[in-house]
Design a protein around this ligand. Structure first.
Ligand code: IVH
Length: 648
């Protein structure tokens, strides 16, 4: 839908905001995008800053956390006892009879959710100290896995139901936050405590239930079935005899890397509730359940020092040097600290005792500081460790100011280019020689290498030189996605470059894309969008130079060979914002199929700007409006209007 915001009166704006606020928060059925909603609010703020309606809407998006109301749990939310070996788990199992339920232990935030006797969600609360948690109901309503309503009636017609489970973030969602947050659990914990529930929703959290209280159910198996009937997700749970505990643990461990969530062990629970009641509790945990942790994934060690290493983008990254610690069977001595900002947040000092973990058993990560110690705080380097130039801090990152001249950054950049275009024979040493001898300073220089240049290098023979020249010349045709990836822009790796090509098709258009437009694409967040747009802008010179040697293939030329007929013949179209009905590529094909042409940007000769109904139209729309105001021919169509045109 298109809102004619500019033409709305104060009264209309107030009504619309109230209406959409209700649709959003009470009915959970928004009809407009957040972007459009914000536009309504901005307009009203401008026309009548004192409007009472403005105080009825939640404050601006904010990462700040608020104070939450305290809630007492009906029974204490305990933690689980832990064990680390087959011997220990068997000793534990000697104390009871019967089968067990085994499930992976997901690393998230324990949460309680309550439904009333009509099956309506009435409360969600964090674990807190186990007795008293915090009321996060409004935020939990934004998590899809948590139903707003479950079937009412038996078996809980009397008092409703209380469900316990875990709020967590899927690894596929966490991917885009990796640079800024240490792990998905910490991020999930912050995400459920946002001031504004919409912000929580944006973090796309997940939930699974593992317990229902107060319904006189006989077994864990029954609880799981009931949860499933409520459409509450549950984790894989296996009913097993005691003898299969180790086998089940091994099985879950082997599957661990294939799951889209972080796990740190296997939870075993006595299946029969009667037997659970007989076993009872200690002060901290139930005796009928235990977490058999995945071994050796974590360990405490001492941070000895921080080394700074220069990446191809000129970012100087901190790497922690630690006393050797065994993690998942490997001795770990170095750990990436990601960036200066994150490192600062951890509060690291030389000599700090730190908790290290190999999450998913793969990359070691410094999770937290266990004991700060008295050593010196670690400061950012004033000079680039490679070229000695001054450094600068931009956002959370330390950069070398010797733009384009820092040897280490250059080497990384050149090596990256060769690796991405898959050119054989150019190893690290050769690239270093070529750089030092002044033959290659930019990726484009590889294409200008001559046999004679190479022959000047040590240990270079005629045959090898000829072969190398052949190898690089064979790479004059590059698929567009490889080309953009080869530029070495942080965040413009495989996935994002493929998306760019899919969405925008030509280099011209990729170079013109704005942050807003990029971040409107699913899986591209604002941080990535900014890095990509900035990176492409900074690499303009390199791109121009490369294009003198390279032909791009596998992309549809912008003004290819449009049909010479059709209802749209002679008309230029451009799409902006996200389309709801189809992918942008499909929409463009439709236009081209009717003889129209896809324009590269909003210019004087653009005929139609089609604004996707999914929001995020941004600067193109503004530009088109400006052109219109100056009497330009461009017409602005909503996605709906356009669909009617093409007969959809
Ligand atoms: S059963 C006493 N099953 O681990 C609670 N818990 O340290 C019995 N957790 O607070 C819980 N995955 O939030 C259970 N498959 C699973 C779990 C699980 C994660 C959490 C839970 C609990 C914490 C215990």
């Amino acid at each position: 839908m298109t809102l004619k915001i500019a033409r709305m009166t104060v009264k209309e704006l107030e009504e619309a905001i109230r209406h959409h606020n209700r649709l959003y928060f009470e009915l959970q059925k928004p009809e407009i995008t957040d972007y459009e909603f914000d536009q309504l609010v901005l307009r009203l703020k401008k026309l009548n800053p004192d409007s009472p309606v403005l105080s009825e809407i939640p404050p601006d998006f904010s990462v700040e956390q608020k104070e939450f109301r305290k809630v007492s749990h009906t029974s204490e939310m305990l933690s689980l006892d832990k064990c680390y070996s087959e011997k220990e788990i068997q000793e534990w199992a000697e104390k009871f009879e019967g089968d067990l339920i085994a499930s992976p232990k997901i690393d998230g935030c324990a949460t309680e959710i309550r439904y009333n006797s009509k099956g309506e969600l009435i409360l969600a609360a964090t674990r807190g100290d186990g007795m008293v948690g915090e009321d996060i109901t409004a935020n939990a309503r934004m998590i899809r896995d948590i139903p707003q309503k479950i079937p009412s009636g038996p078996p809980f017609s009397k008092g409703g139901a209380e469900i316990r489970g875990e709020i967590y973030m899927k690894l596929s969602v966490f991917k885009k936050y990796k640079r800024e947050f240490a792990n998905p659990r910490n991020l999930a914990a912050g995400a459920i405590k946002q001031k504004d529930p919409r912000k929580t929703r944006d973090y796309q959290l997940s939930f699974f239930g593992y317990d229902i209280l107060g319904l006189s159910l006989k077994s864990e198996g029954e609880k799981i079935e009931l949860l499933k009937s409520f459409h509450i997700p549950t984790v894989e749970a296996r009913q097993i005899p005691k003898e299969k505990m180790q086998g089940t643990y091994d099985y879950f461990l082997s599957k661990r890397d294939s799951w889209d969530y972080e796990t740190d062990g296997v939870v075993f629970k006595v299946n029969q509730v009667k037997e659970q009641e007989r076993l009872g509790f200690t002060a901290h945990h139930p005796r009928y359940a235990i977490a058999y942790k995945f071994q050796g994934d974590s360990g405490v060690t001492t941070l000895k020092d921080v080394e700074w290493s220069v990446a191809r983008t000129g970012v100087i990254t901190p790497v922690g040097v630690v006393d050797p610690v065994q993690l998942s069977g490997a001795s770990v001595t170095h750990v990436s600290l990601h960036n200066y900002g994150l490192m600062k947040k951890l509060g690291l000092r030389k000599g700090s005792k730190v908790l290290m973990m190999r999450r998913g058993g793969v990359i070691p990560n410094l999770e937290s500081v266990v004991e700060a110690g008295r050593g010196a705080a670690i400061e950012m380097p004033k000079k680039c460790p490679s070229c000695g130039f001054a450094t600068e801090l931009i956002d959370d990152f330390v950069y070398c100011t010797n733009k384009g001249g820092c040897r280490k950054a250059k080497m990384e950049e050149l090596e990256h280019f060769i690796k991405v275009i898959e050119c054989d024979g150019f190893g690290e040493k050769l690239i270093a020689q070529l750089y030092e001898n002044g033959f290659v300073k930019d990726p484009a220089d590889f294409y200008q290498l001559k046999r004679e240049d190479l022959l000047e290098l040590e240990r270079m023979g005629e045959i090898l030189a000829t072969k190398l020249i052949g190898n690089i010349q064979a790479k004059r045709q590059l698929p567009l996605d490889l080309f953009v990836r080869s530029l070495g822009i942080r965040e413009l790796a495989k996935h994002t470059s493929k998306i760019l090509v899919r969405e925008f098709k030509t280099l011209d258009r990729i170079l013109k894309v704005g942050e807003e437009e990029l971040s409107a694409i699913h899986t591209i967040g604002p941080v990535i969008a900014r890095e990509v747009v900035e990176g492409l802008r900074k690499r303009r010179g390199v791109i121009e130079k490369l294009l003198r040697h390279v032909t791009l293939v596998g992309a549809t030329p912008r003004t290819g060979s449009p049909l010479r007929e059709g209802p749209f013949f002679g008309k230029k179209f451009l799409f902006t914002g996200s389309l709801l009905a189809m992918e942008r590529g499909q929409a463009e094909k439709l236009v081209e199929g009717k003889g129209g042409e896809i324009a590269g940007g909003v210019t004087q000769d653009l005929d139609y700007l089609v604004v996707g109904d999914g929001g995020g139209a941004g600067s193109k729309l503004d530009k088109a409006k400006k052109l219109q105001a100056k009497g330009g021919k461009v017409q602005i169509l909503s996605e709906g209007e356009w669909r009617k045109w093409v007969g959809l």
